[in-house]
Design a protein around this ligand. Sequence first.
Ligand SMILES: *Cc1c(COP(=O)(O)O)cnc(C)c1O
Length: 360
Amino acid sequence: MSAPFNFSAGPAMLPAEVMQQARDEFLNWNDLGISVMEISHRDPAFIRLAEQAEQDLRDLMAIPDHYKVLFMHGGGRGQFSAVPQNIAATDATADYLNCGIWSDFAIREAQKYVRHVNVVGAAVQTDQGKAISHPDSWQLSEHAAYFHYCPNETVDGIAVHEIPQVNAPIVADMSSNILSEPLDVSKFGVIYAGAQKNIGPSGFAISIVREDLLGHAQTNTSTIMDYTVQAKEGSMYNTPNTFAWYLSALVFQWLKRQGGVAAIGELNRAKAAKLYHYIDQSDFYSNPVHPDYRSRMNIPFLLADSSLDNAFLEQAAAAGLVGLKGHRFVGGMRASIYNAMPMAGVDALVEFMAEFERKV
Ligand SMILES: *Cc1c(COP(=O)(O)O)cnc(C)c1O
């Protein structure tokens, strides 16, 4: 049987080529006769890997020199507390746009570390589906330490496609859309992402931090989450997750071979357009999000008759389409189509959906 297409939201599908390479060199990495898992993170061979990974990420995202690239512990949520602790004083105000479930978690975490967390706007229901309140209506603070938003809400399938125009440094949780299309990094103060959607294994995170924001950590910040310390230590203040780092490095090289974020971005647009087009022309399936706010990474959809949900999931799995169950908070279905998902996966899904609709 051929490998299934995996639509899981995260941990998510990784490029097969990357996993094959990892398998082939697992016991004997770089002709050392031992595994990359068995060497010190301070071994020159591993340091070279780490430096190459950073350079590849800088190339892919065109990260300007005045930004540090940090490889951090604790996934996306680790950054929910790292951000306020590192770049806001305890008595500061931080602005948050509440785009959905992950924004909400970030807000609640920030409330532990800064006195004023100001929610400037939120998801709203419109005639054409779920959207985000218009920027003109946002209640921005005059002296916010930063403005936080999540440009791609993984659970809700809502995306903010335009970078907000605000005065405060912008912090973006890009856990589920980093590297999915070209981006002007210079518009941001901090970009962070848990790795397990578009980068590599879970438990790992990347933070891209503008240098002028370093050096202001709150006194009680745990050292391991301190951006300034991690920047100074080359993200090796303690033993990092070397396996995640290694696998992420392979994914960056794979992405370069695909033509980088410009090429993958076009493919991602085409994949999403095809799936939305099918959903929209059908009376059997629907997507609850306003067309201007639709995610190109996570596409939730509902069956008109939800009593068929289980049959849909079972038959999809039997047809080699796995991981389509919607998040437990929202139900329905969700197709996550990150960088590693080929067009063939979307084609197979659309074909299956049409077949299922025809049969019932
Ligand atoms: C998955 C996800 C997270 C959480 O990541 P963890 O690594 O599980 O902490 C945070 N934000 C967004 C947008 C996500 O998609």
